[in-house]
Ligand binder design. Structure first.
Ligand code: GLC
Ligand code: CA
Length: 555
């Protein structure tokens, strides 16, 4: 297996709007990020994935870009960006940019031109279709944020496709001019010295020519089979690789909804010349009752099956990202752990152990290293996220499901859970801003905050710091071969990693009860390199306390 820096790296995701506000307008910004680089350096991460900071009308918080080569006014200026990049590099931290090129904002100059007329030079930059004879949209596809995926444009009396909001028209990748514009823009950023790209919904850039109705779930049809992993996506990525990526020593990660392990071997194969790694969602998709909305917990047996399949099938062939949460997912400790006060700390550490000992590049989402939790939403006005707001409109107000049934699903899965401000200290607004924050601060910031945790050697923060350091010291964590043990256990996630003579045993309890575990013979007497409880692991039997996790290292 090829050894590379990005396989050995730990990545930290910043959602700038909620990270740190430097000027009191209640919105996080670039200067705020620069002011916290020492904190990140102390944590030990190698790479920052920066969610979009480009000019945007913020229909979807920056994932709707109106100018790829300038910085969002609320976040600062290009000088602030250059300063942040320089300061990061001086600390040995790389910066990976979010590349959102499945769609632009409808306020991007390409789209403003495109919608002017059928003859406009930019018309073919987007996907336009005639409506049906009765004037209805070309097909029944629903957009990810609710409503039809087609928006009627009065001016030219045609519909344009938008997989997300109507302010996010999809680019037409069939058009070589569009591809060249994107490649030129990427080159411009690379020449500026950035260290890579996280590519937003990159598995969706190629659509089938035929656009038939999709299978109905709720009010609309599912465009997935015609828009995800489409016929030319690999051609486009190989072209991008040849024209841009291969020329720089950068890291590339594709956000690839709908990817299978087989497809991942193509997207992120060791020698397929597309991307370095995929970011896939199988383990966080317990598609439930109402589209993505559900209040069901994933079963541990199922979770193990999915995660292990990715570990085994990609081994030596392709590379995966490791994550429990990001800006689109609820908080890890609330979802997969246990955020009740007596278990929050220990279950957050257990989850971290379980993930960071696997093969792949681990991603820490801002605040995860503090064990930040979901937000106690009480009313619709607490939400800011377009997806959550539209979902409530469509499912509840639309009469498909009652408020009582839908509310817990929304509260548990809303993306806003991840978007509340990072809790820096116990002063007002958690030290995030001296103004009014754009979204509510989680009221638990007096107990859960960076100031308290950096001062406490037993905190979740210091546990993450230790896991990161261990990865640097032990190549077996990066390159070792994975094997799952006790696959049917409903309480324990146990696996081994092996590299040459070295072997790790990773034991994680997902239970709030005590569980007995028998240490496999070959590990008896091996040293413990990390544990989230006070316990000894020298004998044959271990009585695991709730959410206990430990790692033994056999040399
Ligand atoms: C990706 C982003 C998400 C965004 C969507 C549309 O899934 O992670 O935040 O809303 O793409 O750009
Ligand atoms: Ca600000």
């Amino acid at each position: 297996m090829m050894k590379t820096w990005w396989k050995e790296a730990v990545i930290y995701q910043i959602y700038p709007r909620s990270f740190m506000d430097s000027n009191g307008d209640g919105i996080g910004d670039l200067k705020g990020i620069t002011s916290k680089l020492d904190y990140l350096k102390y944590l030990g991460i190698d790479v920052i994935w920066l969610s979009p900071v480009y000019q945007s009308p913020n229909d979807d918080n920056g994932y709707d870009i109106s100018d790829y080569q300038s910085i969002m006014d609320e976040f600062g200026t290009m000088e602030d960006f250059n300063e942040m990049l320089k300061e990061a590099h001086e600390r040995g931290i790389r910066i990976v940019m979010d590349l959102v090129v499945n769609h632009t904002s409808d306020e991007h100059k390409w789209f403003m031109e495109s919608r002017k007329s059928k003859e406009n030079a930019y018309r073919d930059y987007y996907i336009w279709r005639e409506g049906k004879e009765d004037g209805m949209p070309p097909n029944n596809w629903g957009a990810c944020f609710g409503g039809s995926a087609w928006e009627y444009d009065e001016e030219s009396e045609m519909y344009y496709l938008h997989m997300f909001s109507k302010k996010q028209p999809d680019l037409n990748w069939e058009n070589p001019k569009v591809r060249q514009e994107v490649f030129d823009m990427m080159t411009w950023w690379c020449d500026k010295g950035i260290d890579g790209f996280r590519m937003d919904v990159i598995s969706m850039i190629s659509k089938t020519k035929e656009m038939p109705d999709g299978e109905v779930n709720g009010l609309y049809g599912n465009p997935g089979p015609y828009c995800v992993n489409g016929p030319k996506v690999h051609d486009y990525l190989q072209e991008m690789n040849e024209k841009v990526l291969s020329k720089y020593d950068i890291m590339t990660v594709g956000e690839t909804p709908g990817v299978t392990t087989d497809l991942a071997k193509q997207y992120a194969g060791e020698d397929t010349h597309e991307l370095n790694m995929v970011f896939q969602f199988e383990h966080v998709e317990n598609d439930g009752k109402y589209g993505k909305w559900t209040d069901e917990k994933v079963s541990l047996v199922n979770l193990k099956k999915i995660m292990s399949r990715w570990q085994v099938e990609l081994y030596g062939k392709a590379w995966n990202s490791l994550f429990w949460d990001n800006h689109d997912q609820p908080r890890a400790v609330s979802r997969f752990g246990d955020d009740r006060p007596q278990y929050r700390d220990v279950s957050a550490k257990m989850l971290a152990t379980c993930l960071h000992m696997m093969q792949g590049s681990p991603y820490i989402y801002q605040g995860e290293e503090l064990g930040m939790t979901n937000y106690p939403f009480r009313k619709m006005e607490d939400f800011r996220d377009i997806e959550s707001i539209h979902a409530y409109e469509e499912w509840c107000k639309g009469g498909l499901v009652s408020h009582e049934l839908f509310w817990p699903c929304l509260v548990g899965k809303s993306r806003d859970n991840a978007r509340t401000p990072v809790q820096w200290d116990d002063t007002e607004n958690a030290g995030f801003t001296i103004g009014t924050p754009w979204i509510g601060v989680n009221p638990n910031y007096k107990e859960i905050n960076a100031k308290a945790e950096t001062a406490d050697m037993g905190s979740v923060f210091h546990y993450y710091k230790k896991l990161i350091a261990l990865r640097k010291q032990n190549p077996v964590i990066v390159y070792g071969k994975y094997e799952l043990l006790l696959e049917d256990s409903e309480d324990l996630f146990v696996y081994t990693r092996a590299l040459d003579e070295e072997k790790l045993l990773v034991v994680c309890s997902f239970s709030d009860k005590e569980v007995t575990f028998r240490i496999p013979d070959e590990f008896i007497g091996s040293g413990c390199i990390i544990s989230n409880r006070e316990n000894t692991y020298e004998g044959e039997m271990v009585e695991l306390k709730p959410y206990e996790a430990f790692v033994l290292h056999k040399k």
